[in-house]
Write a protein that binds this ligand. Structure first.
Ligand code: SF4
Length: 386
């Protein structure tokens, strides 16, 4: 059995065929970064790699992304720290001139200044995301391994909003900071962020040294995120079963009877109630999670031009030095396999939500070495096959 979600508004569906064109492409323009965050996916390095895509190669990649036509993919320039590239404004302006919507994901360092942000805004960048992994200077600075970065992040976030960018806050959730989530949410709301992206740790890069949530804890956090999604738009990264949670909750009135909160969700909920006491949520419908997953509407290009299904899934699909990006996206066997949920292993392969969820392929790969394997971070037990 599969769940028919075609008319269900609890998940946002793409308006195009995800096997033909991506919804979003993340390009790691450099791996250089002056920070050394404890969870870094990229194992960022101090200096730029001479092999990273040149300005001309970057422009060609942007040409290829624009060639998908309308609707063009969203393009996020990430790193490392994209602000380490002196040609960043040129790349933003070029992508914008092609009709691409370009966003930036910088690190909070001395390079993140108002004049540089204004230059990038003038070049056409639409949105900037910043990381906030702790609710206080003590916890966030420890996570980032730099004193003062918490205060600098809040200052930068205010500047980003003043200049006119959309602001996204990214939070990596681990067992170490999970109980800080309500206070991080308070910062997200107070900063006027458009989107809170909550990333569920994949044990890869430096993140191997941190403790990921158990499947039970992750389920509790996903329900809490759904509970608070009227306060700010929320998306999850590497937890596509947020869509399964949204579908399961759709139309359920007695939520606590059907999905009884455990100790973690109860604590998160109590803390949220205290923090937001007397504050009316913005009059908005919760934004449903969008139906994309690694290789299915989503792709990652690393600093030397290798294409991956996600930045957390180190199985290469091809190189832009050998083939144009659209050809890799449409024809790579790796990406095609990720678009066939019936071929997934374990619970994910027989799950009634496999077409709209599909599991975190990165988690599956990190734990089992099989990118089509079962996602161990999900608690769901699919209905038995009849
Ligand atoms: S079992 Fe797999 S496909 Fe089903 S909800 Fe969980 S992660 Fe998604």
């Amino acid at each position: 059995m599969t769940v028919d979600h075609a008319h269900d508004r609890s998940v946002r569906l793409l308006h195009h065929d995800a096997s033909d064109r991506p919804f979003i492409v993340i390009w790691e323009v450099t791996r250089a970064c002056q920070l050394a965050c404890t969870h870094c996916r990229a194992d960022a390095i101090r200096y730029r790699d001479p092999g990273e895509l040149s300005t001309a190669e970057g422009r060609r990649l942007l040409d290829d992304l624009a060639s998908f036509g309308t609707p063009r993919p969203l393009v996020v320039l990430t790193g490392g720290d994209p602000f380490e590239r002196p040609d960043l404004a040129e790349l933003v302006a070029y992508g914008t001139s092609l009709g691409l919507s370009v966003a930036l994901s910088p690190s909070v360092t001395a390079r993140l200044t108002r004049p540089v942000l204004v230059e990038l805004h003038d070049a056409g960048a639409k949105a900037v995301s910043l990381s906030l992994d702790g609710a206080t200077a003590g916890s966030h600075d420890a996570f980032r391994s730099v004193d003062g970065v918490f205060d600098a992040t809040l200052d930068a976030a205010r500047t980003i909003r003043e200049i006119g960018f959309r602001l996204q806050i990214n939070t990596t959730v681990t067992r170490g900071n999970v109980r800080e989530l309500p206070r991080i949410l308070q910062h997200v709301v107070d900063l006027g962020a458009s989107l809170w992206s909550v990333f569920f740790l994949v044990p890869t890069g430096r993140g191997k040294n941190l403790e990921a949530l158990t499947a039970t804890e992750e389920e509790e956090v996903l329900h809490w995120l759904h509970d608070v999604s009227a306060l700010v738009a929320i998306k999850t990264t590497e937890a596509p079963h947020f869509r399964r949670v949204a579908l399961e909750r759709a139309g359920v009135e007695a939520l606590d009877d059907v999905f009884p909160p455990g100790p973690l969700r109860s604590d998160l909920r109590a803390a949220t109630t205290d923090l937001f006491a007397g504050r009316e949520p913005a009059p908005r419908r919760p934004r449903p999670p969008i139906d994309v997953n690694s290789g299915r509407g989503f792709a990652f290009v690393d600093h030397v031009g290798v294409v991956y299904p996600s930045g957390f899934l180190p199985v290469a699909a091809g190189s832009v030095h050998e083939h144009p990006f659209p050809q890799i996206y449409r024809e790579s066997e790796v990406l095609q396999a990720l678009r066939r949920p019936d071929g997934f292993g374990g619970r994910c392969g027989r799950c009634e939500f496999r077409a709209v969820c599909g599991g975190s392929r990165s988690h599956a790969y990190a734990v089992s070495g099989d990118l089509l394997g079962e996602d161990p971070s999900c608690l769901h037990r699919p209905e038995p096959v009849r």
